[in-house]
Design a protein around this ligand. Structure first.
Ligand code: FAD
Length: 482
C-alpha cells in the first residue's frame, strides 16, 4: 500500500460513492473503506417496503455486493469500526472483528458515518419490540416479528450470515402483533403506517405537533392525515409520547397528559442526528446544525479531512447558508464529488434544496426549498404562499386526479423560495420542476413562463406548477400595486 491512501469511514451511499469515483479517476491510488457493520451499499429508503413485503429479500436492497466493491479495486473492510482519528499523525485507529486495534495511516480521509435514529426522547425505546428503522438489521427484526411464529429465518429474509440469528430467532418466535404504535409522524412514520396496514395491524400514530410531515407544510399534511384516517390509522395529534413500558418487552405506551395504550409493538421515528462522535476530539469543526462543517467541496477545517452525506452539512440553494438535510441523493452526490476531488480534480458537492418525496398510501407528497414562513423570515425573506387545486391531466382524459400545489415566494423580489405538492397520479415527481426553478434562482414570473410539456394523458394545458405560479404571481402583483 502507498503511503497516502484515501481512507473512507462508512460503507454506504456517501462512502462508497467516494471510494468508487476516486478509484475510477486515480486507479493507482489505494482506497480503503472501513464499515463497522456487515452490510455495505444498501438502500435505507427501501426498508419500509421490505417490512411491508413488497420487497421480498434484503439482498434486493443492495446496490453493490462486497465482491463487486472488491472488483472495483477498493480495499473494503467490513466489521471494522473506526474508533479514533489522529489528524496530526494522519492515522485512524480501527477495531477489527477480533477486537484488535489496527492503526491505518491516510493521505486523505472521508468521514461518511451517516446518521442515527433518535430515540432518547422516548423512554423505554430499548425494550424488545420497540424498534427504530435505521438499517437492514432493524428492518429484518421488525419483519421477523410480523411473520407467523417460526417462519422468519436469516435466510428467508435474504440476510444469510449478515444477520444476527439470535435477534431474528427471538422475534420469529413471537406471536404476530395486533396493535402497533408509531411514535412520530415524519416520513418514516408515514411510510411505516402503510407497511403495517398491509400486515393487517391496528395502528396508532402519535405526533407531538399538530400535523404529520411537518417539513411538507399544511396543505400536504391535511391530505395525508385524511388518507391515513381513511385507511384506518388512528391519529393522536398533539400528543407527546413519554415512554414505552413493559416487563421484558414493550406492552404499553404512556403519553404526557395521561393517555396510555396497550401495544404489542412500537416503531419510534422521531428524527435522526448526524454521527459526529468520531470527530468530537479532533479539530474538525461542526456547523450550527451539529453536522460536520464543510466547504463547497466537502473539505472540513482540517487539511486532508472531508465529510459527506448524512453526517455533513451542505450549502442551501435558497439561503446560500450551510444547512443539514440528510437525504439519499445528497449523500451519493457529495461522496462522488469528494472522490473526484481527492483524485486531483476538485469538484463541488452541489447545493441542496431539501427536495423530498414521500408516499402515504395513494397520496404522493413532494416538497422543496423553504415553505415555512418563520424559516423564510429568519433567512431574510418576506414570504407569500398561494395554494391551488387542479387536475393532473386534462379533465376529460381518463385518470385525471386532483393535485394540490403550494408555491412560496419572496414578496419584494418575486423570487421563488419553495413549494409542495400532494396528490395521486405521479404528483410527487412534479416537485422536480420547482427544484429546478430554485436551482436557477427563478422568480415566480419566470416560472409562470416556463415552456412545460402538455398532452391530455400527462398534464392539463397549464401544468399544475404553472397554474400555481400564475396565481402566486397575481398575488405578488396585487401587493406591489397596493
Ligand atoms: C427508513 C429510511 C428511509 C429513507 N428514505 C429516504 C428516501 O426515500 N429518500 C431519500 O432521499 N433519503 C431517504 N433516507 C435517507 C438516506 O437513506 C440517507 O440520506 C443516506 O443513506 C445517507 O447515506 P450516508 O452514506 O451518508 O449514511 P449511511 O447510509 O447511514 O451510511 C453510513 C455508514 O457508516 C457506517 N459507520 C458509522 N460509523 C462508523 C465507524 N465509526 N466506523 C466504520 N463505519 C461506520 C455505518 O455503519 C453506515 O453503514 C431514508 C433513511 C431511512 C433511515
Amino acid at each position: 500500500m502507498t503511503a497516502d491512501p484515501f481512507v473512507v469511514i462508512g460503507g454506504d451511499a456517501a462512502g462508497l460513492s467516494a471510494a468508487s469515483k476516486c478509484k475510477r479517476e486515480a486507479p493507482d491510488r489505494d482506497v480503503v473503506v472501513f464499515e463497522k457493520g456487515r452490510w455495505v451499499s444498501y438502500a435505507h429508503c427501501g426498508t419500509p417496503y421490505f417490512v411491508k413485503g413488497e420487497v421480498e429479500q434484503l439482498t434486493d436492497l443492495l446496490s453493490l455486493s462486497p465482491t463487486e466493491v472488491d472488483d472495483r479495486g477498493i480495499d473494503l473492510r467490513r466489521e471494522h469500526e473506526v474508533v479514533d482519528i489522529d489528524t496530526d499523525g494522519r492515522t485512524v485507529s480501527v477495531r477489527a472483528p477480533d477486537g484488535d486495534r489496527v492503526e491505518q495511516p491516510y493521505g486523505d480521509l472521508l468521514v461518511a458515518t451517516g446518521a442515527h435514529a433518535l430515540t432518547a426522547p422516548v423512554g423505554g425505546s430499548d425494550l424488545p419490540g420497540a424498534f427504530s428503522l435505521h438499517g437492514l438489521d432493524d428492518a429484518a427484526a421488525i419483519r421477523a416479528a410480523l411473520e407467523p411464529p417460526g417462519e422468519a429465518t436469516p435466510e428467508s429474509l435474504g440476510g444469510g450470515d449478515y444477520l444476527d440469528p439470535a435477534v431474528i430467532d427471538r422475534y420469529a418466535a413471537w406471536e404476530p402483533p395486533e396493535t402497533v404504535a408509531i411514535v412520530g409522524g415524519g416520513s418514516v412514520g408515514v411510510e411505516m403506517s402503510e407497511a403495517f396496514t398491509a400486515r393487517g395491524l391496528d395502528i396508532h400514530l402519535f405526533q407531538r405537533s399538530g400535523h404529520v410531515l411537518d417539513p411538507f407544510g399544511e396543505a400536504v399534511a391535511e391530505r395525508v392525515e385524511t388518507e391515513l384516517r381513511e385507511r384506518g390509522v388512528a391519529l393522536h395529534m398533539e400528543t407527546e409520547v413519554e415512554r414505552l413500558a413493559g416487563d421484558d418487552r414493550v406492552e404499553r405506551l404512556e403519553c404526557a397528559g395521561g393517555t396510555a395504550l396497550d401495544v404489542d409493538l412500537a416503531l419510534v421515528g422521531v428524527g435522526v442526528r448526524p454521527n459526529v462522535g468520531l470527530v468530537a476530539d479532533t479539530p474538525v469543526e461542526l456547523g450550527e446544525s451539529g453536522a460536520v462543517a464543510v466547504d463547497d467541496c466537502g473539505r472540513t477545517a482540517v487539511d486532508g479531512v472531508y465529510a459527506a452525506g448524512d453526517c455533513a452539512e451542505a450549502r442551501h440553494t435558497v439561503t446560500g447558508e450551510f444547512d443539514w438535510v440528510p437525504l439519499g441523493l445528497t449523500a451519493n452526490r457529495a461522496g462522488r464529488a469528494v472522490g473526484q476531488t481527492v483524485a486531483g480534480d476538485p469538484k463541488p458537492t452541489g447545493d441542496i434544496a431539501g427536495t423530498a418525496v414521500v408516499k402515504a398510501f395513494d397520496q404522493e407528497c413532494g416538497r422543496v426549498g423553504i415553505v415555512d414562513h418563520e424559516r423564510a423570515r429568519q433567512a431574510g425573506f418576506d414570504p407569500v404562499t398561494e395554494t391551488i387545486t387542479t387536475a393532473s391531466r386534462s379533465g376529460y382524459y381518463p385518470g385525471a386526479a386532483e393535485i394540490v400545489v403550494s408555491l412560496t415566494a419572496d414578496r419584494e423580489s418575486g423570487r421563488l423560495l419553495g413549494g409542495t405538492i400532494v396528490g395521486t397520479d405521479r404528483a410527487a415527481v412534479r416537485i422536480d420542476t420547482v427544484a429546478t426553478a430554485l436551482e436557477g434562482d427563478m422568480t415566480v414570473d419566470e416560472v409562470e413562463n416556463l415552456d412545460l410539456a402538455y398532452a391530455p394523458p400527462f398534464s392539463p394545458v397549464w401544468d399544475p406548477v404553472l397554474t400555481a405560479a400564475k396565481v402566486l404571481n397575481g398575488s405578488l402583483e396585487e401587493t406591489a400595486g397596493n
